[in-house]
Design a protein around this ligand. Structure first.
Ligand SMILES: Cc1cc2nc3c(=O)[nH]c(=O)nc-3n(C[C@H](O)[C@H](O)[C@H](O)COP(=O)(O)OP(=O)(O)OC[C@H]3O[C@@H](n4cnc5c(N)ncnc54)[C@H](O)[C@@H]3O)c2cc1C
Length: 443
């Protein structure tokens, strides 16, 4: 019998004792869908897929894996850009049944289970008049988003996802369910997947009952000029009156005035900003994201977007492949997370910056074209103003396989001076590397 055949037989014998764990072997008709991450270019076939229903199920699976030297990966939303929640012949532990949310009596924190998606979490909080920072795409896993950084539209007001984390429960490398101490929390804030299965995170939540949001679409006829002009006007606005931390928490009338001001920065097609709810806003955003996609994402953190960088971005917007998978997305780190924090973290890039997502994906099988376009855009931004590119990049979007020459270079690039903290924590907490197929990778 092959070694994977033997592993499967041992796994099936173990699962006899755990009927609550859903089991999807390669022979199942559900396997092709269950193995697929968001990035379909990842073709790895896992040994099997298991779906635990409780923290105790997760603990039992990790104990079994450790005892049998069985490599495994963890999946929640499946939106790692490189599809790294799946690995060839490794057991795939799909956490998506773990979605409980418990709001603390003082309504300042909520304990959120590790398999919940961002849209699900936002809906549950909204029912209670609460919110917490998230990104904009409902199907991204919340814990995967928050623990590696977590940029999003609420971050200028409340901070990054990583800065909301005040507690965590994990299944550790021995398969025990433990509360994270302060040392481990520092590592979880920035690199959580390295140390265990995050069963839950306790995160800050905030009262919120109204939301003003929506797209502002500028005239794309001469998209290079539109983008360059918009960027110049936006920089001027930042340098003159500045922006409010965000419209969250402010009144709707003030928010409308700001949306009109932003809409006036370049030739406008339509301003669709209006009153909505977070659940409806997520539904609208979700409709824009292709369900099937393949390719590669790339990233730079840049201090500013000076005219030379805006021209490099604008030039490449004009030749962007006509494919829903090709995108440029720009997040600005400003507000409470841009600077020193009360809670230590291994998240490296604290100075104010723009995190650029240069997405070379395709929905139609043309991923080579999209990838080449994204690589060219990434290179031209670097060449336009090399000193403006920060030494550290964002782990969730940086392409560790293409942008770095080795795993250790990728680790230095994404964690900078915090890389050593991570290595030390890993050596003391998981010396046998039970969690080996992780984000970030150490080997
Ligand atoms: C369409 C899209 C939009 C995005 N938008 C943003 C954005 O606006 N802002 C932003 O900052 N990022 C964004 N990202 C990046 C995204 O936040 C990260 O890729 C994130 O890690 C995805 O989490 P996931 O659970 O969906 O991924 P998965 O692929 O399921 O997980 C990735 C890895 O995280 C680890 N992991 C996840 N959950 C757990 C857990 N509970 N316990 C232990 N380890 C775990 C595992 O190592 C796993 O392999 C986006 C990505 C996509 C594809």
């Amino acid at each position: 019998m092959s070694s994977t055949g033997a592993q499967l037989t041992t796994l099936e014998a173990f699962l006899q004792g755990y009927p609550t764990i859903e089991y999807i072997p390669p022979s199942s008709s559900e396997y092709p869908a269950a193995r697929k991450p968001w990035n379909e270019a990842r073709l790895d076939n896992p040994l099997a897929v298991v779906k635990p229903r409780s923290p105790a199920d997760v603990a039992a699976i990790v104990k079994h894996a450790k005892l049998n030297s069985l490599p495994f990966t963890i999946r929640s939303g499946g939106h790692n850009l490189e599809g790294r929640c799946v690995a060839q012949d490794a057991l795939l532990i799909d956490l998506r049944a773990l979605t409980a949310v418990t709001i603390a009596p003082d309504r300042k924190t909520a304990t959120v289970q590790g398999g919940i998606l961002q849209g699900e979490l936002a809906s549950k909080l909204w029912e209670h008049g609460l919110a917490t920072p998230t990104g904009a795409v409902p199907t991204v896993g919340y814990v995967g988003w928050a623990m590696y950084g977590g940029y999003g539209p609420f971050s200028p007001h409340w901070g990054l996802g990583v800065d909301q984390i005040v507690g965590a429960t994990i299944v550790d490398p021995n398969g025990d369910i433990v509360k994270a101490d302060e040392a481990l929390l520092e590592g979880i804030r920035g690199a959580g997947g390295l140390f265990g299965v995050i069963i839950d995170l306790t995160v800050k939540v905030y009262p919120l009952t109204s939301l003003l949001a929506g797209p502002i679409i500028f005239n794309p006829t001469d998209i290079t000029k539109t983008y360059v002009d918009f960027n110049a006007a936006y920089e001027k606005l930042l340098n003159s009156e500045g922006l409010p931390r965000s419209s969250a928490g402010a009144n709707i009338e003030e928010g409308k005035r700001w949306s009109e001001k932003i809409a006036s920065l370049a030739p406008l097609m339509v301003n669709m900003v209006g009153s909505t709810t977070i659940p409806d806003w997520f539904i609208a955003n979700g409709a824009l994201i292709p369900p099937k996609i393949a390719g590669n994402g790339f990233s730079h953190n840049v201090r500013r977007i000076p005219p030379s960088v805006a021209e490099a971005i604008g030039r490449n917007l004009a030749i962007m492949p006509a494919d829903r998978g090709a995108m440029v997305s720009i997040h600005q780190l400003r507000g409470p997370s841009a600077g020193p924090q009360d809670h230590p973290s291994v998240f490296a890039t604290r100075e104010p910056h723009y995190m650029l997502e240069l997405l070379g994906f395709s929905t139609s099988g043309d991923e080579d074209v999209s990838r080449q376009w994204a690589i060219q855009t990434t290179d031209e931004i670097q060449q336009a103003d090399p000193d403006n590119v920060l030494p550290t990049a964002y782990i969730s979007v940086y392409n560790s396989a293409i942008q770095a020459k080795s795993t250790s270079e990728a680790l230095e690039k994404t964690y900078g001076p915090k890389a050593q903290v991570l290595k030390d924590l890993k050596a003391s907490f998981d010396p046998d590397s039970v969690f080996s197929l992780t984000v970030p990778a150490l080997k």
